[in-house]
Design a protein around this ligand. Structure first.
Ligand code: BES
Ligand code: MN
Ligand code: ZN
Length: 508
């Protein structure tokens, strides 16, 4: 990643003089709702900043040009050296939190990108969070707002170019907590950048081999054990369900597993599993053409696993974690699997394929069987599994399906903490009627009704005795609109949730 991060710290009373002495093209100052110059918590900060811009800050507040509402910004132009611009960013009236800081920092970084300042410093003068949550949020948000995938575009001529943000500086009160929060923020930002990059890559650039390569890089960087299986090994392991999806493509499918042993020997691992469809045409049950290009995002669960493994490796969390992805491309062809075909998964169960577009669950089925060999303490899969979850929950909540209540609660809490909130969905046996087959043990679709639930119940058939939670991220992994704080494109979900699950276990 071409972003550098720097933490500048000072005693709380000296932060204002540190801020005003910075040499930076842009200092973003994040302020609360209805901020005023005589605000007690801010008095020591606003005065010196105001002096830098010859009273423009004070006048802007007095005139109520800037009121500190969420996402509100005001740019104050300073001198030629030192702090050359001040960007006021509102965070609204909610108490300062990790997610509020993340959002404000992302807004600041997007402004910096538009201006082309190249560097960005951030400061929350009234940060009273004692656990460093706001610092972590600043780093993650600034990285999110600076993110882009420029690889496939010709840059404009030099004179029209604006520098991308390449350096992020965060101001914080000195101490171990700030340092730890900053380091954690950087690790999470780097993991999310991996997931986003994979999510934005078109299907001809991000292939199953890409997952093998990215997996190898992460394994080498952090000393993880790597397993990469292709068609041959998948066949030897009797993964007929996964292989049926890969039947229509000449690309070699890949199962990639990363074993991170940060915990005590013998500790049962957290197992993270991701759906990695580099492109989903639907196969013989082909999807309609409009917006089909979006289906390059169908590897977001797998991208999330890769990103989380990078973060976990960087943070050296004292927990054993295994990341598993199953990657292929769902294509129609003369060889492709057809509706009505019956295939056998690696646990021996037979599946009647009703719709070749319900392919994610076929890949995950064999991954869930494979996960058993690691004796998981908990296994969480993430998948862009169903269009139905987009209808049910839209773009603001991850669908959370779990048989085991305490595991489900754990995952919901992690999602909440990560700012990737989930919502529990029923996984009741009654719905299983819908996936009974006349010719096989199961069929791969259960009709339109409760489509996300029958998909999850299908997965459950391949879970053998370990606590398991399924995340349907079809509505949350990729935004087709600009969300203001996050640009259009991959969101980084579910990296934050995965990391938070492991971090919370590290604290136990
Ligand atoms: N990758 C899709 C899920 C999807 C669809 C995500 C639309 C986002 C938007 C998945 O493989 C799929 O095609 N699911 C089908 C299942 C159906 C055939 C039972 C769906 O949701 O339409
Ligand atoms: Mn599909
Ligand atoms: Zn799919």
């Amino acid at each position: 990643m071409s972003l550098s991060f720097q933490l500048r710290h000072a005693a709380p009373a000296s932060l204002a003089s540190l801020a005003t002495s910075l040499d930076t093209p842009l200092l973003a100052v994040i302020l609360p709702q209805d901020v005023s110059l005589d605000d007690v918590a801010l008095s020591g900060a606003l005065g010196p900043l105001d002096a830098l811009v010859h009273g423009a800050l004070g006048r802007s507040l007095t005139r109520r040009d800037f009121r500190g509402g969420r996402d509100e910004t005001l740019l104050l132009v300073g001198g030629e050296a030192g702090v050359q611009r001040i960007l006021l960013v509102g965070r609204g009236s909610a108490p300062l939190s990790r997610t509020a800081a993340r959002r404000a920092a992302a807004i600041a970084a997007r402004q910096a990108t538009k201006l082309g300042t190249g560097a960005l410093a951030l400061w929350i003068p009234d940060d009273t969070t004692t656990d460093g949550a706001a610092i972590e949020g600043l780093v993650i948000g600034a990285a999110a707002g600076s993110w882009s995938y420029p690889d496939l575009q010709t840059p404009p001529p030099e004179k029209d170019r604006r520098a991308r943000v390449s350096a992020i500086t965060v101001l914080a009160a000195e101490g171990a907590i700030s340092q730890q929060a900053f380091d954690a923020g950087v690790a999470i930002a780097e993991g999310q950048a991996i997931a986003k990059r994979l999510g934005q890559m078109p299907g001809n650039v991000c292939t199953p081999d890409t997952f093998a390569e990215v997996g190898r890089e992460i394994a080498e960087r952090h000393g993880m054990q790597l397993t990469v299986w292709g068609r041959q090994q998948l066949a030897e392991a009797n993964m007929g369900s996964f292989l049926s999806v890969a039947q229509g493509t000449s690309q070699d499918p890949k199962l990639v597993a990363l074993e991170y042993r940060g915990g005590p020997a013998g500790q049962q691992p957290v197992v993270l599993i991701g759906k990695g469809l580099c492109f989903d045409t639907g196969g013989i049950s082909i999807k309609p053409a409009p917006e089909m290009e979006w289906m390059k995002f169908d590897m977001s669960g797998a991208g999330g696993v890769m990103g989380a493994m990078e973060t976990i490796g960087r943070l050296k969390l004292p927990v054993n974690v295994v990341g598993i992805v199953g990657s292929t491309t769902n294509m129609p062809s003369g060889e492709a699997v057809k509706p009505g075909d019956v295939v056998r998964a690696s646990n021996g169960k037979t599946i009647e394929i009703i719709n070749t577009d319900a392919e994610g669950r076929l890949v995950l089925a064999d991954l869930l069987v494979f996960a058993k060999r690691f004796d998981p303490a908990i296994a969480i899969d993430a998948a862009t599994l169903t269009g139905a979850i987009v209808i049910g929950l839209g773009h603001n909540a991850v669908g959370v399906f779990g048989g085991d209540q305490s595991a489900t609660d754990e995952v919901l809490a992690a999602g909440q903490a990560a700012g990737e909130p989930g919502w529990p969905m029923p996984l009741w046996d009654e719905y299983k009627e819908q996936i009974k087959s006349d010719v096989a043990d199961l069929k791969n679709t259960g009709g339109r009704a409760a489509g996300s639930i029958t998909a999850a119940l299908f997965l459950q058939e391949f879970v053998d005795g370990y606590p398991w939670v399924h995340l349907d991220v079809a509505g949350t992994a990729y935004s087709q609109t600009d969300l203001g704080w996050i640009p259009k494109g991959p969101t980084g979900t579910p990296v934050g949730t995965f990391v938070e699950i492991v971090r919370a276990r590290a604290r136990r």
